[in-house]
Write a protein that binds this ligand. Structure first.
Ligand code: SAH
Ligand code: SF4
Ligand code: F3S
Length: 482
């Protein structure tokens, strides 16, 4: 049943070039989706569930953009979805456990709706043992693909829709970076922008270099073009994304540092605030600190993962800095950028870590005074050097973890209070979940603020007086538009 004239070239064979090839398959999927929707008597619906970091969030925005172009509507729940995608993370074991838990539930979905398509992608799919397990034990998973070919989702979905057979396509590395496919932002006013992919650091505990591949920087021109486009569509805040943004530029023909890119990004018309994630302490330059200090548009927030405060453990982790170097860096940041907030990631229980090493970590936390820190229990990841080392006793790790967590909580609570009574600029991010008469937003330092709505809109910058600090957030009121 062909009702519309076909002038899109869809009857030709697929182009070999990317992204033209995927646009071709988006069109092919759209035809099949339209037919199936007619049969169902309602639009087909999709849902993406995202685990993990901002890289995955951004990848999911790309998948969402592609699916919207295929004519898929958004499902209100997993059960309601005709196509359900899990974008997975494998940085720690509990991320894996969460996925297997969800897959158990998917079995029931599939029993009540045999036509439902379940797709798995993301970092976990880059691990051979995971794919083997899914192949063997979860026959109702329809599509499996990895991080290197996320762009080829339209082609894989078309194969599945057309053949009804399971489609698995995992690549070992990225032979190219394919951009310029549609993407759909989760928020209208802010978005992440990838500036680089992969990681070359091989911290001995970490699986990211194995599942995301070697570090590849994007051309600055392309990055700026993407930011300009986002700004023209109403985005006011961007977050530059990379596993180690401070080494941006390596391997490019253009001679450019991260600090230079950051100031260019902040200079794009319409962009009012720029964030970035993540900084590796070993590569954070004085030039970068200067650029941040001198540019009000760049957020007063640096996420600077410490991981450990013990020199012995830092070396075993392959982090390339010492506790003293880290402390000096943090002091320089605090001295040069007034009001800056420094947050961190800390791992407890790395192989060989003694109670004394944990004391060293606690000492650094107390000296740097983190405004916030994620504390993780070390989780052995298959294939990483640390997973082959002798592992510590769980109860011992747990008691160390509690000590670190208490220190982090005590200090970040003390730190949070330091802006009480001040008037600060807030980007309104949405309605307060607990009170529809109030908004929620963030100050440049990334702290959350709740305040009564007073005629402003989501995406506006307003000046808010931070009247009361409630641990990790503030209650305030608007004192004027920016
Ligand atoms: N590229 C970033 C981190 C990405 S992973 C950086 O180097 O700063 C986010 C955090 O997860 C890391 O900072 C680390 O604290 C934690 N992490 C990574 N691998 C881990 C593991 N095997 N066990 C526990 N935590 C881990
Ligand atoms: Fe993992 Fe280290 Fe790379 Fe961060 S810098 S992604 S912790 S290997
Ligand atoms: Fe997880 Fe992959 Fe990010 S392993 S933390 S989603 S890069």
């Amino acid at each position: 049943m062909m009702t519309e004239p076909d002038n899109t070239g869809l009857n030709l064979s697929p182009p070999a070039d990317e992204p033209a090839r995927q646009f071709y398959f988006i069109g092919k999927c759209a035809e099949l989706i339209k037919k199936r929707s007619e049969k169902l008597g309602r639009p087909m619906r999709s849902m993406i569930q995202t685990f993990g970091c901002q890289m995955n969030e951004r990848d999911s925005e790309k998948l969402a953009g592609v699916m919207a172009q295929m004519g898929l509507e958004k499902a209100g729940s997993e059960e309601e979805a005709d196509i359900l995608v899990y974008n997975t993370c494998t940085v720690r074991e509990n991320a894996d456990k969460r996925l297997y838990g969800r897959l158990g539930v998917c079995k029931a979905y599939k029993q009540s709706d045999k036509e439902m398509i379940i797709a798995l992608c993301g970092c976990m799919m880059q691990e051979e043992h995971v794919v083997e397990r899914i192949k063997a034990s979860y026959p109702y998973v329809d599509i499996i693909f990895g991080t290197f070919n996320i762009f080829s989702f339209p082609e894989l979905l078309y194969k599945r829709l057309g053949s009804g057979e399971r489609v698995i396509d995992i690549r070992k590395g990225a032979d190219r970076i394919v951009e310029e496919l549609p993407s759909e932002r989760k928020y209208s006013f802010k978005t992440g922008v990838n500036i680089m992919y992969g990681c070359d650091n091989f911290c001995t505990y970490c699986i990211v270099p194995y599942v995301r591949g070697r570090e590849r920087s994007r051309e600055p021109k392309e990055i700026i073009r993407e930011i300009e486009r986002a700004a023209s569509e109403g985005v006011v805040e961007i977050m530059l994304l990379g596993q180690n943004v401070n080494s941006y530029g390596k391997g490019l023909d253009t001679d450019i540092t991260f600090a230079e890119l950051l100031s260019e990004a902040a200079g794009v018309d319409g962009i009012k605030r720029v964030r970035f994630m993540t900084s590796h302490p070993k590569d954070l330059s004085p030039e970068l600190i200067k650029v941040i200090a001198g540019n009000e548009k760049i957020a007063r927030h640096i996420h600077l993962p410490l991981q450990s405060g013990s020199d012995r453990i830092l070396e075993a982790m392959n982090r390339h800095y010492t506790r003293e170097k880290y402390i000096a860096l943090a002091e320089m940041i605090r001295a040069e950028i007034p009001d800056v907030s420094i947050t961190s990631d800390i791992i407890v229980g790395f192989p060989g870590e003694s109670a004394g090493d944990v004391d060293d970590t606690i000492d650094v936390i107390e000296r740097v005074r983190f405004d916030g820190a994620f504390t993780f229990e070390y989780s052995p990841r298959t294939g990483t050097p640390a997973a082959r080392m002798e592992q510590l006793d769980r109860a011992f790790v747990q008691s160390n973890f509690d000590r670190v967590l208490h220190t982090v909580q005590r200090i970040s609570k003390e730190q949070a209070g330091r802006f009480e009574g001040r008037v600060m600029e807030v980007l309104i991010e949405g309605e307060d979940e607990k009170d529809p008469l109030r908004y929620t937003g963030r100050i440049s330092q990334n702290n959350v603020v709740h305040f009564p709505k007073e005629g402003y809109d989501i995406g506006d910058f307003v000046n808010v007086s931070l009247d009361e600090c409630r641990g990790f957030y503030y209650n305030g009121k608007v004192s004027g538009m920016k």
